[in-house]
Structures are given as structure tokens and as C-alpha cells.
Write a protein that binds this ligand. Sequence first.
Ligand SMILES: Nc1ncnc2c1ncn2[C@@H]1O[C@H](COP(=O)(O)OP(=O)(O)O)[C@@H](O)[C@H]1O
Ligand SMILES: [Mg+2]
Length: 342
Amino acid sequence: MTRKDIPARGGNAVEVRGLVKHFGETKALDGVDLDVREGTVLGVLGPNGAGKTTLVRCLSTLIRPDAGTARVAGYDVVRQPRQLRRVIGLTGQYASVDEKLSGRENLYMIGRLLDLSRKDARRRADEMLERFSLTEAAKRPAMNYSGGMRRRLDLAASMIGRPSVLYLDEPTTGLDPRTRNEVWEEVQRMVGEGTTVLLTTQYMEEAEQLAHELTVVDRGRVIAGGRVDELKAKVGGRTLQVRPADPADLHRLAAEVTRAGLDGIAGATADATEGVVNVPIVSDEQLTAVVGLLGERGFALAGISTHLPSLDEVFLAVTGQKTSAPSEAQDTRTDEFQEVAA
Ligand SMILES: Nc1ncnc2c1ncn2[C@@H]1O[C@H](COP(=O)(O)OP(=O)(O)O)[C@@H](O)[C@H]1O
Ligand SMILES: [Mg+2]
């Protein structure tokens, strides 16, 4: 390996500046900037049609951007596509394995496409089957795999070439919660081993579970970014949640907090279903003031907690739009497969 293959420690494995991609009138990417620090997971969060897949395709050299620059592991997507392809792995939104081939054959084929010798391709396929718990199913055609096995085979396929940067395009869309958890565990393991990941997702929970940092995209533009907790904090204050020991106190407690008119606190609301009173706060002083007041008034409490806004609320606040649950609708548009010149 030459030194060029190893990005500077702690540097950015992915650097995107002003990336633009239009499809006719559609501005799929409208000037995107983002960085993925080496060894970390960047979550790219956005609703359907935000431009996530277009971004991943540009960064994998499958389509050529109209403007802007993107470097992955130091290689330029337009000028050094061959070198770049050698350091990336890709798991697409829609499974890309050959249905008729067995799991082992699929992985072997990919190894051969990556220029491994027959022997190395076989060995690497077996390693990956073992690693993704597919050894028993290795000889069965992929069409007989369950959804979770398919996703694991996809991940295994993307790891055959030992990529230093892995793109996961909505890796768990459409999966049941158990299978989704399996995929998350695998991703966490890969990150633990040093792989840098760019993950697109429509799931708040997924971003929260896996991503170190987040970039929120909407209609081809980055609309917010930062660490997950920073982003949540930016969207506003916290909610102080107070649980009275006696549920009968619920409404009286809420009324007393509201009536006290503590500095900057607009009011409190009782949530009878949860058995808690919610008090929006923006400072620690307000928290102390509310707790102090409840002590003075002699309320017995069973619990106190504070909550940052959920990522759904973050999204609503920054886009003015609710994130829709991922739709099951199939994409019918045609792939352009516009190969980037080497
Ligand atoms: N090959 C294509 N031809 C025409 N329009 C496309 C093509 N690929 C994507 N688009 C359009 O670009 C926008 C972004 O799409 P996409 O990147 O797939 O979003 P996401 O992956 O976030 O759902 C959408 O409006 C989509 O219809
Ligand atoms: Mg997509």
C-alpha cells in the first residue's frame, strides 16, 4: 500500500463540496457540502426524494455530478474513479444480489470482479459467510433467503473488498424490528473495526443508534447538521417530566406550576395517560426552580427526568415537514448508468 491509500489520521474520509446533480428539471443535489470523519458514521437523514441515493451514487462513481467536488479517501470521484472504487463498499437501497446464485456463489463472483484470485475469492467468501452467520445457508439460492439473510448477504458483499469507506443506502428500510437490530449490530461491529460509514436513512432511531454526526437533507440541500445531541439541543429546550407519586395529584401539580409563573416558564401540562406533568424548560435554573416549588408545596414525587426533543421533532423544526414513514412504493424510474470516464 502506498501512503496515498491511507488518509491522514483523524482526517476526513469523505469530503463533499458544492455537489450538484440535476435530472432535467429536478435538482436532486443542489449544492451539498458534507464531511465524514475517518472511522465515524455520518447519518444522512432525509425524506423520500431528498437526494440521498443520488448522493451515494455520485460518491460511488455510478453517476457524474454536474458541479462541485467530492473526494473519498483522498480520491476525486470524477478524476480518480478507479482508485476510488477500490476503497469503497456499497449496500444499495434495493438488494443487488443475484437471486439464482447461492450466497457463496454471489460472494465468490464479487471477489472475482474485484480481481481476487480464485483461491482468495473462495477464502474471502467463506470468511464473510461465517462472519455474517450465513455459513449454513451458503449453498442455497439467494431467492430462498429471508429478508434478514438477504440484507446480511448484501452487507457481506459490500465487505468483500475490505472497503475503508462503506455506503449504506437505507440499509434497514422495510425490515422488521428484529432484523433491523441485527443489521445495526453488524454495522456497529464494522465501525468498531475501523470502517468509515456514510449511512442514509429515513429512520430517526437508526440515525440516533448508529451515527456520530448527522446531516439533514431536504430537496437536494443540507438543511442542518452536527452531532446528534447538538442537533437536538439546537431545536429548542428540553422537557422536564415530573411523575407524582400519587396520580391523583397530576392536575393539581400541573396547575400549581402554571400558576406560580416561574421565570420564563410558560406553563405545565398534565399527561394522564403517562401519569406525568410536562414542563418545557430552557435552562438549568428553571429546572431547579420547578423542583424547588414542588418541594415547597409538598408534592411527593415518584420520578423526575428531562428529555431532549426527538429527531422527529428536530426534522419538523428544521424542515417544517414531518418525516413520512418510508413508503413501500417501488421506484419506477429508469437507471441511467452513466459511467464516469476514467
Ligand atoms: N435517474 C433519475 N432520473 C430522473 N430523476 C431522478 C433520477 N434519480 C433521482 N431522481 C430524482 O431526484 C430526486 C432525488 O432522488 P433520490 O436521490 O433517489 O432521493 P432519496 O434517495 O433521498 O429518496 C427525486 O426527485 C427523484 O425523483
Ligand atoms: Mg434513496
